[in-house]
Write a protein that binds this ligand. Structure first.
Ligand SMILES: [Zn+2]
Length: 249
């Protein structure tokens, strides 16, 4: 007989519960946003997804998100490089055709610690390379070789060409056609060593361990990394490519 009022009461209780839950969620969400967006937020910048990428900041789960934002925004990309002290002199975009060209173009001649022979490339490739140098190459050199890397040696970045495969030419365009990749052949160390992939990749030496560490670490900052174990075309260089499907070999 009092079935109906009971059901109504339950309905009212449920509705009020959902309403309170929504209010709490909005307050928490709004509060979270306010906490992150406030100029004097106590949240450190490298934990704050609303703050721009700082190359030298410690790597956190937020770093990838900040990096992706900088990669998608040329002004932010260039600002991050400038802030890190990387020498990347801006040039006008290179427009060739639908397959070839460079947007966010510049000449890279100095990374954070190591020098590099001037290379024409894109801001995105330079930013990924900078993250790799600072967070992978130098720490690995200090840990395994007890020195620093003073020079990265390369084979270039921009090249309007199709992909090369072990079977010959492929119909697809190379990521080099948009300067979305750079090929690294070796490094020089502060204590006078000169390492090349061709000579130092094989074997059971600290130099080989170092090269394997930085090859593997490249996969954290580039989406496609190919090295000597991939095929004979890469026996003498790492192919470090920004866009891709997450292939590391
Ligand atoms: Zn390459």
């Amino acid at each position: 007989m009092n079935e109906r009022p009971r059901r109504r009461r339950i309905l009212i209780l449920a509705a009020s519960f959902v309403f309170r839950l929504a209010v709490v969620a909005i307050l928490l969400g709004g509060g979270g946003w306010w906490l992150l967006a406030h100029p004097e937020t106590p949240v450190p910048a490298h934990w704050n997804p609303l703050r721009p990428l700082s190359v030298t900041a410690p790597v956190t789960p937020i770093t990838k998100y900040q990096l992706n934002r900088a990669l998608a925004d040329e002004a932010q990309c260039r600002a991050s490089l400038l802030d890190a002290g990387v020498v990347f002199d801006a040039m006008e975009d290179l427009v060739v055709d639908e397959n070839c060209g460079i947007s966010g173009r510049g000449v890279l001649s100095n990374l954070m610690t190591s020098r590099i022979a001037p290379v024409e490339t894109s801001c995105t490739t330079t930013l990924r390379l900078t993250m790799w140098e600072h967070h992978v190459v130098q720490p690995a050199a200090r840990e395994i070789l007890d020195t620093e890397i003073t020079r990265l040696r390369h084979l270039g970045s921009y090249n309007c060409r199709r992909m090369r495969t072990a079977q010959g030419e492929n119909s697809g365009w190379s990521s080099h056609a948009r300067a979305d990749a750079i090929d690294i052949i070796g490094v020089d160390t502060a204590d006078g060593r000169s390492l090349t992939l061709l000579q130092d990749w094989p074997g059971d030496t600290p130099e080989s361990a170092f090269l394997r560490r930085i090859w593997k670490g490249g996969c954290s900052w580039f989406r496609v990394v190919l090295g000597p174990d991939f095929n004979r075309l890469h026996a003498d260089h790492f192919h470090l490519q920004g866009p891709g499907w997450g292939y590391c070999r």
